[in-house]
Design a binder for this molecule. Structure first.
Ligand code: GLU
Length: 247
């Protein structure tokens, strides 16, 4: 196997907690055991919720625990920068590829329209999801929305299929991706969402094993779909249980 590269990818939107410490520990130990690299990547694209004080807290706590990273903030490395806020052009370039090949599209739906759509689906006893109504807009319709000055997001055109993968911890996971609806990969403020930026970075940083909390298990099939349309090899995925009890 090529070199093991694992990463801890915290979002600086809250204080470092015991679950983050545990995820860091597993990644760190796996890198040490295999002679691999442990990468620290700060996922700070959410401009509203990210804060410098949280980032400082995360970095201080990881250092205090003794889990020194091989690549990341304050360290040089061939795969940097290690702050997502410094990688926006890279995401944009990859987004353009998806747009060009029809794997992503602009969506002009307003929050009210989206809510009305969800409400109707609930009434029809379907689980609410985005209907994909902007997937096939004509140029004329797009121009009309642009002229109205509507805010737009970019959605991933989800291929509906049965998707299975083998999780290192949870074993076989199988989902019907048709249940997702086309999810947003770029927000109206022009920044990428977590699922998109994470896939681009894990690929470009050559992460071999994505080891993270199981709160992300529902994101993994969405991320796998993106690896597939880019034609990229998948990393191994392992989702570790969350720590929920008070003691
Ligand atoms: N930024 C995500 C978080 O803090 C990282 C999830 C992941 O490891 O992919 O939850």
């Amino acid at each position: 196997m090529s070199q093991v590269r694992v990463r801890m990818a915290p979002s600086p939107t809250g204080l470092f907690h015991i679950g983050s410490a545990r995820t860091t520990l597993f990644n760190y130990l796996y890198a040490k055991k295999t002679g691999g690299k442990f990468v620290l990547r700060i996922e700070d694209t959410d401009q509203v919720r990210s804060a410098k004080e949280y980032e400082e807290d995360i970095i201080r706590c990881i250092k205090w625990l003794g889990f020194d990273w091989d690549e990341g903030p304050d360290k040089s490395g061939a795969y940097g920068p290690y702050y997502q806020s410094e990688r926006l052009q890279t995401y944009r370039d990859h987004l353009d590829i998806l747009l060009e090949f029809g794997h992503a599209y602009y969506c002009y739906c307003t929050p009210q329209e989206l809510e009305a759509e969800r409400e109707q689906m609930r009434k029809d006893r379907q689980s609410p999801k985005y209907s994909g109504r902007c997937r096939h807009l004509t140029d004329q319709e797009k121009q009309a929305f642009e002229a109205e000055g509507r805010e737009k997001v970019i959605r991933f055109a989800v291929p509906a299929k049965q998707l299975s993968y083998t999780d290192l911890i949870k074993d076989e996971i199988s989902v019907d991706t048709g249940l997702y609806g086309d999810f947003v990969i770029y927000k109206s403020d022009g920044t990428p969402t977590y699922n998109f930026a994470c896939v681009v970075d894990d690929h470009l940083m050559e992460i071999s094993h994505v080891i993270r909390g199981e709160d992300h298990i529902s994101n993994t099939p969405k991320q796998i779909l993106m690896y597939e349309v880019f034609g990229w090899d998948l990393p191994a995925f392992g989702h570790i249980p969350l720590i929920l009890n008070e003691d």
